[in-house]
Design a protein around this ligand. Structure first.
Ligand SMILES: Cc1cc2nc3c(=O)[nH]c(=O)nc-3n(C[C@H](O)[C@H](O)[C@H](O)COP(=O)(O)OP(=O)(O)OC[C@H]3O[C@@H](n4cnc5c(N)ncnc54)[C@H](O)[C@@H]3O)c2cc1C
Length: 447
């Protein structure tokens, strides 16, 4: 995870996980309970000081950056309430600082699970929902769609509970609003009975994946694929729910070889080689494609969704209308081939259902997520700029937590409810306590 603990620098310099952002907060606060959090926020507003909560520091953008008060909510991270329904699903209220790893473990201990997840579990639940973190599944939404209520501390120091029936406008901004509604203290989630997944991973020609994309996406609960720049190969991942008693675990040795050695150890070495000799990248990627093998296993949903990510990278991810995904990937591939831009990191493509959250990347449209990555020791600007030009043609919306170059004027064209979100900000944060440079850039002025 790198030198300093991400998001937990104490005094001095704070860095995010990707080392794309740093900050020198005037004060680092670690409130032990809601009362202390209220005092921190009230004091900051009274003094005219900016304040931001930070989770695990896993956003690539400056979403969590502040030179004012940086608040860590690791102490507000317990299970508060579990209300189970007769069908086995439940509403679960947890402290907003809870990490997804602890959330998954606590849910599993209660026979429960999140409906869907991204590919890591290091994030805090508050940080994850605030930037629209998502996994894959054409019939499923991102994590924020699973939120049914939030408790937050507003700039005035008021503790408010919001939900679709209690101040629904503020609820919208609280569940996905880059921390601009206030500091989340607790989050209530709609969760499902624990489930197991059958995971099938298979190398395939990229062309075949793109030609049959709709079938793959529609016929699987969770479909995604990785593709390798300069090579013709892809790795598809099909995860589907199976009955509880289906047991087909991955052998510990295979797990070690695939996830620890190939995905992290050998992959790290290949990336270092690519950084030293960019000219060999196409050959490295061709080799990586040939080394891919098929594997099938079952596991608990969170074990299957989450993979270790130990090689540091930069990422940009755009949500595009689902029907344009194949063309976008083809165009990005063509740009890479025509320029020879050395990119050893695979691209990733995922899917989500349309939702109605104001600032969701999947707002009002069935969505494909096209993510591009670059090894952290290699330049990413030219590649990301080119991809950004390509997705602009289909009104791509950037992930709020991943690198991009859009400003609030362009984002207002992409998010019809952005002006409404800004009116809510003006109401609950008239002093601008929760502003920072990134928020100013992407949301614009409140009001
Ligand atoms: C290796 C890696 C893998 C990733 N995988 C995925 C993935 O699969 N899918 C995906 O969609 N994204 C993914 N991301 C992006 C990541 O999920 C988001 O950037 C997420 O916001 C990070 O959560 P965090 O806890 O680190 O929040 P931070 O980055 O610390 O903060 C994010 C935002 O939340 C706000 N915030 C944090 N806590 C609170 C609070 N208590 N109240 C109010 N606001 C708060 C911060 O101020 C900031 O605006 C990945 C990132 C990395 C580095």
């Amino acid at each position: 995870m790198g030198g300093r603990r991400p998001g937990g620098s104490g005094a001095g310099t704070w860095h995010n996980w990707a080392r794309t952002q740093s900050a020198h907060p005037r004060r680092v606060a670690r409130p032990r309970d809601l009362g202390e959090l209220v005092r921190e926020v009230s004091a900051a507003t009274a003094a005219g000081t900016r304040l931001r909560a930070v989770g695990a520091g896993h956003s690539f953008t400056g979403a969590a950056v502040t030179d004012g008060v940086q608040v860590h909510l690791d102490a507000l991270a317990g299970f508060e309430r579990v209300v189970t329904r007769t069908d086995g699903s439940a509403r679960v209220t947890v402290g907003a600082g809870m990490r997804l790893r602890a959330l998954n473990a606590g849910l599993a201990a209660r026979g429960l699970a999140l409906r869907n997840l991204g590919d890591i579990d290091a994030q805090s639940i508050a940080g994850a929902i605030s930037t629209g973190t998502h996994g894959t599944g054409a019939r499923l939404g991102g994590l924020a769609t699973q939120v049914t209520a939030c408790r937050l501390v507003t700039a005035a120091g008021d503790v408010v509970e919001v939900s679709p029936t209690q101040d629904p406008d503020l609820f919208e901004l609280a569940r996905l609003g880059l921390g601009t509604a206030g500091v989340l203290a607790a989050v209530t989630l709609d969760v499902v009975p624990a489930f197991r997944l059958l995971a099938r991973e298979e190398p395939m020609a990229l062309q075949d994946v793109l030609d049959d994309l709709d079938t793959f996406v529609d016929e699987n609960d969770h479909f995604e694929f990785f593709w390798f720049p300069h090579a013709d190969g892809a790795l598809i991942k099909r995860n589907n729910r199976v009955a509880d008693d289906t047991e087909r675990p991955l052998s510990p040795l295979r797990h070690l070889v695939d996830d620890e050695v190939l995905s992290n150890g050998v992959f790290a070495a290949l990336n270092r080689l690519a950084a030293a000799r960019p000219g060999v990248v196409p050959r490295i990627n061709a080799l990586a494609c040939r080394a891919l093998t098929a594997r099938t296993y079952t596991g608990s949903s969170s074990d299957v969704f989450v993979s270790p990510r130990r090689v540091r990278f930069r990422e940009m991810e755009y949500a595009v209308p689902r029907e344009h995904v194949a063309d976008v990937v083809r165009e990005v591939g063509a740009w890479l081939r025509s320029t020879g831009e050395p990119v050893p990191f695979p691209g990733e493509v995922r899917f989500a259902a349309a939702d109605d959250l104001w600032l969701s990347t999947a707002h009002d449209r069935a969505t494909g997520y096209v993510a591009v990555h670059q090894y952290h020791r290699m330049p990413h600007r030219r590649y990301f700029d080119a991809v950004e030009r390509i997705v602009a043609q289909v009104d791509g919306r950037p992930h709020w937590g991943k690198l991009h170059g859009l400003d609030h004027e362009r984002l207002a064209e992409l998010y019809p409810h952005l002006p409404r979100a800004n009116r809510v900000r003006a109401r609950v944060d008239p002093t601008g306590t929760f502003r920072n440079a990134y928020v100013d850039h992407v949301l614009g002025p409140a009001g």
